[in-house]
Each structure stands twice: as structure tokens, then as C-alpha cells.
Design a binder for this molecule. Structure first.
Ligand SMILES: [Zn+2]
Length: 69
């Protein structure tokens, strides 16, 4: 039997976060500065990681601003 797998997805993880000034433009929730880590997976096997920092909403998770290194 042969399986073809074309499933690529991304998982976003918050490594750590701390409160930041500002409110979410989408829901009005509080913002926080978060160190993010995005893992790109192919067939559930992570093959690429990217660390980045962003200001995210603590309530709805929206990315308000991101700092790419
Ligand atoms: Zn929000």
C-alpha cells in the first residue's frame, strides 16, 4: 500500500509573554509582548522552526504587531 502525504501545516507556540501597553483593535483585549515559535510541519513531522517576537492579544490571540529578526 502506498500513502501520499501532502499535509503541511504550521503550529504557533508562545514561548513566553509579558504584558504590554496597548489594546487589541479586534476585540479590545489586553496586549502582550510574546516570543513566538512557529513550527512548519510536513506530515506531522516538524522540519522548520522560526522564532519571532510579536505583540499579541491575550484574549483572542490576534497578532497586533510583529518584529521579524
Ligand atoms: Zn483581541
Amino acid at each position: 500500500m502506498v500513502f501520499f502525504c501532502f499535509l503541511v501545516d504550521q503550529q504557533r507556540q508562545v514561548q513566553r509573554s509579558k504584558p504590554a501597553a496597548g489594546i487589541c483593535s479586534r476585540c479590545g483585549g489586553g496586549a502582550s509582548v510574546a516570543d513566538m515559535k512557529t513550527a512548519t510541519r510536513f506530515c506531522y513531522v516538524p522540519f522548520y522552526w522560526k522564532s519571532w517576537r510579536a505583540i499579541v492579544c491575550t484574549f483572542c490571540g490576534a497578532v497586533l504587531r510583529s518584529y521579524q529578526h
